[in-house]
Design a protein around this ligand. Structure first.
Ligand code: FES
Length: 311
């Protein structure tokens, strides 16, 4: 059995809708069992459920936001949105994401987007959107007001490992539009006194450059080339590397997992969450993954990616 934790356990959004239908990821009582055998997450979820009248607690908000800035280069749209202070605050954690749609679009146009950068003074967030299919094309064409639903936190797997790494060597590997997820990861690692080395896949423009600290070592390389593969092997083999974060496509994640298991089995691993997120609440099932043969909802579950997982 995989060791699964819920990202929302003991948060403002716990207990959630899953508790109402006996599907809580953490509480055995709310799964219909007779005895408690939960891994304590800081509160008794069953007690919280009883206190909230045997219903899901607070629901995530959908708010109307003003677009402060819109920049488009080729297929990449960078949006700056004005948000309420409490929303900006709750999106600070690595892995935070929101759903966004145009003012005149219905809720099934919602696009899940990692929060790239937050300006707490200005109360604004920056998002990077690769214009690819109908939903993102509608976003590109929408006007100066947009609906934002959030906050959501499970944009990466291995949050605990990132937050528990202090004063160590860390390797961050970013590729494509998933670079967005790396900005807050690097901030968190630097905040904890870590030394960060960043590898950027040259197959896509390095658009997060202006949002990351100048105090880190950066390599830019085509990671699908032989040179790129050698660079990854060399960096991963460094025994001073305690944590490796990969924000990129699943093929790259598989390659990093393989190299890490071979050359640095002691390092913690964390990956961007590449699941197809739709509701973000554990309801629709579009994000389902298999972790050690167990089916889990990618929008809710945290687990050790070293055990491997399939989409
Ligand atoms: S996105 Fe709907 S269940 Fe995960």
């Amino acid at each position: 059995m995989a060791n699964i934790e819920c990202i929302d356990a003991s948060s403002d959004y716990c207990p959630c809708y899953l508790a109402e239908v006996g599907e809580c990821l953490t509480c055995s009582l709310l799964q219909g069992e007779a005895f408690c055998n939960c891994r304590w997450t800081g509160t008794c979820i069953f007690q919280e459920y009883a206190w909230s009248g045997f219903r899901a607690r607070s629901k995530r908000e959908t708010i109307l936001c003003e677009v402060m800035e819109r920049k488009i280069t080729d297929d990449l749209l960078i949006l700056t949105l004005k948000v309420p202070q409490r929303m900006a605050k709750s999106l600070e954690e690595p892995g935070s994401y929101i759903f966004l749609r145009g003012h005149s679009s219905l809720s099934f146009f919602d696009v899940p987007l990692a929060v790239m950068y937050i300006n707490q003074m200005e109360k604004s967030i920056k998002l990077a959107i690769q214009i690819k299919g109908p939903k993102t094309k509608f976003l590109k064409n929408s006007n100066s007001l947009m609906y934002l639903r959030g906050p959501y936190q499970n944009g990466l797997f291995g949050l605990k490992q990132i937050k528990q790494t202090y004063r160590s060597g860390c390797l961050v590997i970013l590729s494509g539009v998933a670079q967005t997820s790396g900005v807050s990861v690097i901030d968190e690692l630097l905040k904890n006194g870590n030394e960060v080395t960043l590898v950027i896949d040259r197959s896509y423009p390095f658009f997060v450059r202006e949002y990351i600290s100048k105090d880190i070592k950066i390599y830019e390389e085509d990671l699908s080339s032989e040179r790129g593969e050698k660079l990854l092997k060399d960096l991963i083999s460094d025994e001073n590397i305690r944590l490796i974060y990969t924000g990129g496509h699943s093929e790259l994640q598989r390659q990093i997992l393989e190299f890490a298991l071979l050359y640095n089995p002691a390092a913690y691993l964390a990956f961007s969450n590449n699941s197809r997120l739709c509701c973000g609440e554990g309801i629709c099932g579009s994000c389902e993954l298999a972790v050690k043969g167990q089916k889990v909802r990618g929008c809710k579950a945290q687990f050790d990616v070293r055990g491997g997982y399939d989409g």
